[in-house]
Design a protein around this ligand. Structure first.
Ligand SMILES: Cc1cc2nc3c(=O)[nH]c(=O)nc-3n(C[C@H](O)[C@H](O)[C@H](O)COP(=O)(O)O)c2cc1C
Length: 135
C-alpha cells in the first residue's frame, strides 16, 4: 500500500474512538474525527492519502448518520478504503451500506464489540486488520 493512511471516525461514547486510535497508531496514520453534525475535522483531504479507513458505531442496524454524511460528501475523493465498526449486538447491513455510499468496496473490514473496546480487548483483531492492510 503506497501513500499515507487517514483514519476517519465518528464516536458518540468513545468505543469507536478507542479502535480508531489503535488503528491510526499501528498504521502510522492521521486521525480525523467527524462531529455529531457530520462535519469532518478540517485539514484532512482524503484524496491526498493512499488509504482511508472509516469507522462508525452501528446505529439502528446501520452506519451512523455522521459517517453516512461523510461518505456521501467525500465519495469522489476517497482512495483505497477499509471499514471498521463497533457494535452492541451485530453489524447487520453496516458495511454494505458504507460501500454503497462510498461507491467502492473496502479492502478489509473489522467489527469489534463495543464492550470489548471499552475493556481494551481489541489488540488481536486490530493487529489482524492492520496486517491485512499492510500487505
Ligand atoms: C442510538 C444507538 C443505536 C444503536 N444501535 C445499534 C444497533 O442497531 N445494533 C448494534 O449492534 N448496536 C447498536 N448500538 C450500540 C453501539 O453500536 C455500540 O455501543 C458502539 O460501540 C458505540 O460506539 P461509540 O462508543 O463509538 O459511540 C446502538 C447504540 C446507540 C446509542
Amino acid at each position: 500500500m503506497s501513500g499515507k493512511c487517514l483514519v476517519v471516525y465518528y464516536s458518540k461514547t468513545g468505543n469507536t474512538k478507542t479502535v480508531a486510535e489503535a488503528i491510526a497508531k499501528r498504521m502510522g496514520g492521521d486521525l480525523c474525527e467527524v462531529s455529531e453534525r457530520g462535519v469532518a475535522q478540517s485539514g484532512f483531504d482524503p484524496s491526498s492519502y493512499g488509504l482511508v479507513v472509516v469507522g462508525t458505531p452501528v446505529n439502528g442496524f446501520s452506519t451512523s448518520i455522521p459517517i453516512q454524511g461523510y461518505l456521501k460528501e467525500n465519495s469522489t475523493k476517497l482512495p483505497n478504503l477499509a471499514f471498521f465498526a463497533t457494535y452492541g449486538l451485530y453489524t447487520a447491513g453496516t458495511f454494505g451500506g458504507m460501500s454503497k455510499l462510498a461507491g467502492k468496496k473496502p479492502l478489509a473490514t473489522v467489527a469489534i464489540k463495543g464492550t470489548d473496546a471499552k475493556q481494551g480487548k481489541i489488540d488481536e483483531r486490530v493487529d489482524a486488520f492492520v496486517a491485512s492492510l499492510k500487505k
